[in-house]
Design a protein around this ligand. Structure first.
Ligand SMILES: Cc1cc2nc3c(=O)[nH]c(=O)nc-3n(C[C@H](O)[C@H](O)[C@H](O)COP(=O)(O)OP(=O)(O)OC[C@H]3O[C@@H](n4cnc5c(N)ncnc54)[C@H](O)[C@@H]3O)c2cc1C
Length: 301
């Protein structure tokens, strides 16, 4: 029995984790590229501690996945995917508070739903982002209204040795689609989130922006949101791709969206990460004839 099998055997004895061996992982990311590998669902902090310590002992690499809306998986994964499924009671919002301590695995759509229900100001900046709280913090996700960094007071993190620490957020903790406090192997466990009081116009702002997104982004298809970062405020990546005529460009089932140039839609089930790479390389090459710095990826490969 090799060390990985031994670990899997130990894991199967626990009730606060679930091991999925050699499974089809395509549904784990919103882009739905074909992918095979092992995944562990984690339901408790002690379980995560056990998993990380064991993976360190057996020298096995891992990656945490949230909603998989900004992550593309290779056809054969040689590291283990970890997904947090920590307990969360939405009743927490029934009590009025300036701060809420929330698990990283919760969906941030809960926050916009609560913002509508209770007129909570500040959370409208997350409208329509299909993320877990942990993934949104890791990526400093945001919209035209702002970034999640504005709302985070502190973050609880477990490192690869299973040690938990708290990071208090400062003005230097984030930049555009990036955090500056996680280190390799760190997993965000939870965060303390603030809001900006109450405002009766919040529900309308959220509903209007959700409607706008529906009209301007291919939300019904398999995609990973914006592929490239915007390097020029006056010429967002999607607009650039549109202007240089790359909408409709394809590689296997992957097509540059006709609705939004910075989205690539997966129209079938055959495409793999290599196809995505070929398509983005072409977009990068062609765009260099029009701009003097290469487009930078927002999506995590
Ligand atoms: C239709 C669509 C629309 C989108 N619109 C927007 C938008 O308006 N604005 C925007 O900013 N983004 C947008 N995105 C991209 C994406 O939703 C965000 O980047 C989001 O923050 C990713 O969250 P996730 O939970 O899916 O993370 P994943 O995609 O699962 O992971 C992203 C990265 O975060 C890391 N990660 C995830 N969870 C944790 C954790 N607990 N601890 C440490 N690291 C972690 C992963 O390892 C990975 O490196 C969109 C995507 C789609 C598909």
């Amino acid at each position: 029995m090799n060390s990985l099998d031994l670990f899997f055997q130990e894991l199967s004895l626990r009730e606060d984790c679930s091991l999925k061996k050699n499974i089809d992982l395509s549904a784990m990311s919103t882009m739905r590229l074909s992918s095979l590998g092992h995944m562990i669902e984690v339901y408790s902090i002690p379980c995560l501690q056990f998993v990380l310590k064991s993976l360190k002992k057996y020298n096995q690499s891992y990656q945490v996945i949230g909603r998989g809306s900004n992550l593309l998986l290779p056809s054969e994964l040689n590291h283990i995917l970890i997904q947090l499924k920590l307990p969360f009671d939405p009743k927490i919002f029934e009590e009025k508070s300036d701060f809420y301590h929330l698990p990283a695995s919760m969906s941030i759509s809960v926050l916009t739903a609560k913002a509508i229900q209770h007129n909570i100001k500040g959370w409208e900046i997350l409208t329509g982002i299909p993320a877990s709280l942990g993934g949104a913090i890791y990526m400093n996700a945001g919209t035209k209204f702002g970034e999640i960094s504005q709302l985070i007071d502190s973050v609880q993190i477990m490192n690869s040795a299973g040690v938990i620490r708290e990071e208090k957020m400062t003005s230097k903790s984030f930049s555009y689609r990036k955090n500056h406090f996680t280190r390799e192997g760190d997993i965000i466990l939870s965060a303390v989130l603030r809001h900006l009081g109450q405002d009766s116009s919040v529900a309308t702002v959220i509903k209007n922006y959700a409607q706008y997104r529906k009209q301007t982004q291919p939300l019904g298809s398999a995609n990973c949101g914006c592929v490239f970062k915007n390097i020029d405020k006056n010429l967002p990546a999607g607009k650039l791709i549109d202007i240089i005529g790359l909408k409709g460009l394809s590689q296997k089932d992957l097509v540059v969206s006709s609705l939004h140039g910075n989205f690539i839609e997966n129209k079938g089930q055959a495409s793999q990460l290599e196809d995505f790479q070929l398509l983005i390389d072409k977009i990068k090459r062609v765009s260099l004839d029009y701009i003097d710095q290469p487009l930078e990826l927002e999506v995590q490969l």
